[in-house]
Design a protein around this ligand. Structure first.
Ligand code: DX5
Ligand code: ZN
Length: 220
């Protein structure tokens, strides 16, 4: 079944030394790098985009997992793919033609992901389950790092894992927001296998290695 993966979110990194931070995460044993794109419309914050992704692509050989918190993502999918994304997740809430959007992610050569906000029921993903490689279960309201994990997400993780198993797919189920050593065991027990963490890794007081190690220990 799905291997546990740790995906540090660069949103919490020191942007003045982004390359070093990401190389440190890679050396610490991170599995993927999580890259949060915010447009100031889908979410009330603006983060980073294509030029930063291009720069990061040259700084790490890890898969880069792009999380598009943007309205009308379709036109940007080939651009983020070209800039170095290995996987792209769009928000179900931002996609009136979700099926078409997901097909275009696959056509762009990326693993296909969908992100789901805390208020959105799991059933919204039922019909696209056969297309998915990744589900990002938002465990905070998206837009900012450093928020508290919403416990209501746990039952949704379990539902989505059951839905994935029912269609016979080893979907990577990510949890995104408020992931720390206290919330990790509960998220993993519910069925998540990809831990996205910004604050816990990049702001760990003993450094990035300690942050990655703490999460891995908490997951096992
Ligand atoms: C939130 C982003 C997250 C964020 C998580 O909108 O999608 O990836 O970086 O940050 P922490 O781990 O600090 O909650
Ligand atoms: Zn994210």
């Amino acid at each position: 079944i799905n291997k546990l993966k740790i995906a540090p979110s660069v949103l919490a990194a020191d942007f003045t030394r982004l390359g070093e931070e990401v190389r440190a995460a890679e050396q610490a044993g991170a599995d993927w790098i999580h890259f949060d794109v915010m447009d100031g419309r889908f979410v009330p914050n603006i983060s980073i985009g294509v030029p930063v992704l291009q720069a990061l692509r040259g700084a790490t050989s890890l898969p880069i997992d792009v999380h598009l918190m943007i309205v009308e993502p379709d036109q940007y999918i080939p651009i983020f793919a070209e800039a170095g994304a290995n996987s792209i997740s769009v928000h179900v809430e931002a996609c009136p033609h979700l099926h078409r959007t997901l097909v275009s992610i696959a056509q762009a050569g990326c693993r296909v992901g969908v992100a789901i906000n805390p208020h959105t029921p799991a059933i919204m993903l039922q019909e696209v389950m056969p297309l998915l490689d990744i589900i990002n279960v938002m465990t905070v309201d998206p837009g900012f790092g450093g928020q508290s994990f919403l416990d209501g997400s746990l039952s949704k993780i379990a539902q989505l894992r059951a839905m994935a198993q029912a269609v016979g797919r080893d979907i990577d189920i990510e949890v995104d927001g408020g992931i720390n050593t206290e919330t990790t065991p509960r998220a993993v027990e519910a069925g998540a296998n990809v831990l996205i963490a910004g604050t816990t890794i990049f702001r760990h007081k003993e450094g990035i290695q300690a942050g990655v190690d703490a999460l891995r220990a908490a997951a096992s």
